[in-house]
Design a protein around this ligand. Structure first.
Ligand code: OOG
Ligand code: NI
Length: 446
């Protein structure tokens, strides 16, 4: 990258700041959210608050593989790569990936990432597919200028400041909901009857962020604080109860906005539309594939043991107790997580401990000469994402059965135009590099 090129982390930071400002101006709830996040993070310490202040995520939904490929090109300008495949078709009619920086120092500079879902035609009944497709065909998200800027970046390996400014302007527009809907009110209502997710995706010609989420030091604290302020959250916060692994999240609906639905004769019908929500995330330790399989088995068995449903009195207490019990056998101690290969770490030599003769990497860890530092999880959690979709759109009871396919990920990768990064490779490479450098400094082979 030449000196004249703009730092991609500047582009990420600028987009977040500008859209967050728009959300704060339009929705007082976002002001509450940022105040709650700031208070919780400051309580965790100044340093922690600064670190957490740099991490945010958003979500977008698209409607076709053409759109998905253009989105991939746009995120490449920000150096956000598609990581992981999330098959959420059964419950929420989409398949997803997350565009995020894949270098630790990039995340450190600005960790902004975007969960990106594509509506799956597999979930639209055949008799409605032509209608849905006719609306998808009306969308034109990327204008010539944006396409040109993406091409310049690909060709030159970066954008100069003037180009980067134009790119940011274009992205901010694309990520903001236009006042004018793409469909008439009648079409919107027909879409809702066919599939509520399709109705949200296709309501406008945009990739509007439906939320912008700050990282907090404690999601249970953020959840309780929103409720204390009289704000209605989802029934229970999502993620591990009692174990500091993967990710916790909670959310609350924002009030509806007024949109103009075209009548087709140059006039409009105005109506309220609700989509935006507020969300908090708490990033915890990344698990290995083995750890994840074990953990998700316990999580699913906890869910299966629930005897109350969300609408019942006492659901929240029942949920937390049941889930905590179901996860209680999952190790919480770093040494045990490490020795069983369940979670990812980086390593640091404790220089106050004397290096014994004949030390091996394993004995160095066991003796405390090498300290275990948990690696932060940088990805998403499918079951939580599903529940957040569900409670925000009101999809309870939806089940697109019979759509499972063994090669779902590779079909998605074909539509995307590249393979997604496997998150396990990302964490594993960081762990291996850290191990190598610790062994080198101790003068041992490993
Ligand atoms: C995405 C919902 C999932 C998360 O953080 O897991 C999500 C959406 O509603 O498009 O935001
Ligand atoms: Ni989210």
């Amino acid at each position: 990258m030449s000196k004249l090129m703009t730092d991609p982390s500047w582009i990420r930071a600028e987009i977040v700041q500008r859209i967050l400002q728009r959300f704060r101006d339009a929705l007082p709830l976002y002001e509450d959210m940022m105040n709650v996040a700031r208070d919780i993070n400051l309580a965790a310490g100044e340093e922690e608050a600064r670190r957490l202040g740099r991490v945010m995520h958003a979500a977008i939904r698209c409607a076709s593989s053409d759109e998905l490929q253009q989105i991939r090109g746009m995120f490449a300008v920000m150096r956000n790569e598609p990581v992981n495949y999330y098959d959420l078709r059964e419950k929420v009619s989409v398949e997803s990936t997350a565009f995020r920086p894949v270098a630790v120092d990039e995340i450190e500079r600005n960790g902004f990432r975007v969960f990106c879902s594509m509506l799956s035609m597999d979930c639209i009944p055949e008799e409605h597919q032509d209608f849905v497709q006719s609306i998808i065909d009306r969308r034109h998200l990327f204008d010539d200028e944006l396409k040109e800027l993406i091409a310049i970046d690909a060709q030159h390996g970066g954008l100069d400041q003037e180009q980067a400014n134009r790119f940011v302007d274009k992205c901010v527009d694309l990520f903001t909901r236009p006042e004018e809907a793409l469909v008439s009110l009648a079409e919107y209502e027909t879409l809702r009857e066919i599939n509520k997710v399709a109705a949200q995706v296709l309501i406008s010609n945009s990739l509007a962020f439906n939320h912008l989420t700050p990282s907090v030091a404690s999601v249970p604290a953020a959840h309780a604080e929103m409720q204390r302020r009289g704000i209605k959250t989802i029934p229970v916060w999502q993620g591990p109860v009692g174990k500091d692994v993967i990710l916790r999240q909670t959310s609350c609906l924002a009030p509806p906005v007024v949109l103009k639905f075209p009548n087709g004769d140059g006039t409009f019908t105005t109506a309220e539309y609700q989509e935006t929500f507020v969300e908090f995330e708490e990033r915890l330790q990344a698990l290995t594939r083995k750890g994840r399989v074990r953990f998700e088995g316990m999580f699913a068995s906890g869910k299966a043991q629930l005897t109350l449903s969300e609408k019942d009195d006492g659901y929240a207490d029942h949920y937390y107790e049941t889930m905590q019990a179901a996860l209680s056998d999952f190790p919480g101690d770093p040494a045990e997580l490490w020795s069983k290969g369940l979670a990812y770490f980086t390593y640091r030599v404790d220089s106050s401990v004397e290096v014994p003769a004949d030390v091996s990497f394993e004995t160095a860890v066991e003796s405390g000469l090498v300290k275990l530092l948990p690696q932060q999880y940088e990805d998403f959690f499918g079951p939580a994402a599903t529940n957040i979709f569900n409670s925000n759109i009101g999809l309870e009871g939806v089940s697109n059965v019979g759509i499972a396919k063994p090669d779902a990920q590779s079909s998605f990768e074909t539509l995307l135009g590249q393979d997604v990064v496997d998150m396990y490779d990302y964490y594993d490479a960081i762990e291996q590099e850290s191990k190598r450098s610790v062994c080198e400094s101790l003068g041992i082979d490993c």
